[in-house]
Write a protein that binds this ligand. Sequence first.
Ligand SMILES: Nc1ncnc2c1ncn2[C@@H]1O[C@H](COP(=O)(O)OP(=O)(O)OP(=O)(O)O)[C@@H](O)[C@H]1O
Length: 274
Amino acid sequence: MTDTETATAPAVPTDRTAAPKPSSIKMTARDVNVFYGQTHAIKDVSIDVDLENVTAFIGPSGCGKSTFLRTLNRMNDTIAIAKVTGDITLDGEDVYAPEMDVVQLRARVGMVFQKPNPFPKSIFENVAYGPRIHGLAASKQALEQIVEQSLKRAGLWEEVKDRLSDSGTALSGGQQQRLCIARAIAVDPEVILMDEPCSALDPIATAKIEELIHALRGKYAIVIVTHNMQQAARVSQKTAFFHLGNLVEYGETSEIFTNPHEERTKDYITGRYG
Ligand SMILES: Nc1ncnc2c1ncn2[C@@H]1O[C@H](COP(=O)(O)OP(=O)(O)OP(=O)(O)O)[C@@H](O)[C@H]1O
């Protein structure tokens, strides 16, 4: 059954992981607009991203979830016709300031994409590349330690520790996605943005990524775009609902799914439109 076929809102887990924690604000967005030529894709969006809570972005196809996610680490800079206005900060620093080093920013605010995209290099090199170019390891041993710790944090170490020189592209889809998460973790990020990270994965691989998101909660601020409302309910403590480029409602996930304030949110989570 797909989300659009469900007649009721997804159940929110009642275990402790679902409860939001008091949090410090890691990123802020104020009055953010994004234009692709004449298309006004994001309209006056303001939001705070917590460190301790996982934030899910949900909404129907084309509502601007990915576009807004990409404003947080300036990935839209790579799209020639994209224009971003408004203010975005990371620990109070202006992300769009001319002096902001974008390579450094994207290490601090890492990204995991819909389709796993390991480099056509060894498992070790996939993880070692970032720390090496950012000068994070003083020695070969230090680099090996970073690789091991990142693979452990990404829940992949046990599966790959005996074949670190195999190609990253030879792993299964779910393993490749965890490798991409290890690659993001290796440069010691503060925020991890995930753009539908499970959409190309089977249910078992998806469950592993969801467990991993739980385990990483609080170590990094995590924002996940998902089409799957059950997934949003399972992995996040805060949910933002987007519709036609507007942020319609943002709040605690349990509240959004059980007691939404806006009619459009209610219609979406009960599957009245998709
Ligand atoms: N590179 C681009 N060039 C031009 N328009 C774009 C580009 N990327 C997105 N858009 C437009 O911006 C709007 C928002 O798209 P976006 O991909 O952010 O939505 P989404 O909610 O993530 O959709 P989906 O869930 O289908 O991935 C849409 O109208 C889309 O057509």
